[in-house]
Design a protein around this ligand. Sequence first.
Ligand SMILES: [Zn+2]
Length: 374
Amino acid sequence: MKKRTKRLAGMLLTVVMSMGMVCNANALTMEEAEQKADELEEQKEAAEAENASLSQQLENIIADMNETQNQLTAKEDEIEAAENELVQAQVAADNQYESMKIRIKFMYEGGNTQLMEMLMTSESMGEFLNKAEYISSISEYDRNELIKYQDTVKEIEEKEASLQAEYAELQTLQDQLITQQNEVQTMLDSNEAQLEDIQSQISENEAVLEDLRAKAEEAKRIQEEQAAAAASGGGSYTESSGGNVVSGNGYFTHPCPGYTYQSSYFGEIRPYEVGGHKGHDYAAPTGTPTYAAAAGTVIIAGYSPSAGNWVVINHGNGLTTKYMHHSAICVTAGQTVEKGQQIGYVGSTGQSTGPHLHFQVEENGVAVNPDKYL
Ligand SMILES: [Zn+2]
């Protein structure tokens, strides 16, 4: 009894150990899934920080755009005012020109008509002033007034031109801001897509973790049941199955009756196995009883990193059977078993991607197709 309790304690330890072990490339262990969850959470935080920074940039650009738009509106008002001023100055200059021409015409009435002709056919104020240079009789006052009016027009024209240039500069600035806004918006969109992707990975990983936790919980429950059975002193593991189970009429009984779905076959080539699969894998829920295929002596009942909790039975004449990945085993090395006697419970210990019984048959140490005996 003492020996059995010790063995169960050892088994419990191996099961606990195996929970954190690597199964294969496709499946994550709980430890790996938890690490992945941490990494994804970090990625999410970084992406969220970037999102905040981009949003801030976008806000700044929009504030700049509003400021530039205000300046553009103010500049438009200034230009409009300058244009009105220019019109007024031009009107005043024209009026001065016209009244000057009338005064000159009056002064020369009946005089030199040829000179009058020359002055009155001037195309512009400038031309008139040039020609008038030669006419001493034109009053100094009139000439200076006309020059003054013309200078005012020129001044306003220059002012308007410089306002137009400022406006064009502001417009360029606004165009640049619009380009920046589009760029930041594009980055923000891609950042948001990235965030969505991380969130979906987190959800996926959470589902995997939940599944792994449920499996660990189930393995623990089975261990506790076994410990309770051992503590009650009965030591009988056949209670749940109600005795020997022999099925079919082959030399072997099925080691996992009722679970004929094979997730893998003898000889199947799998990437992580050398020389093909050495037995049949029967997919069954954790805790499903497993049975000795034929009468014999248990030669191994223990734990191995690859086979998990496993049992090897010697049937004599060089024939042995191996049963792997149990959540718990209920025979001990050296013990004789009958055909169909329960030897353990299906699990996923060792190198396994999910609960199943790996059943292997060997003739003189060479794996053969179990179908030969079933
Ligand atoms: Zn297998």
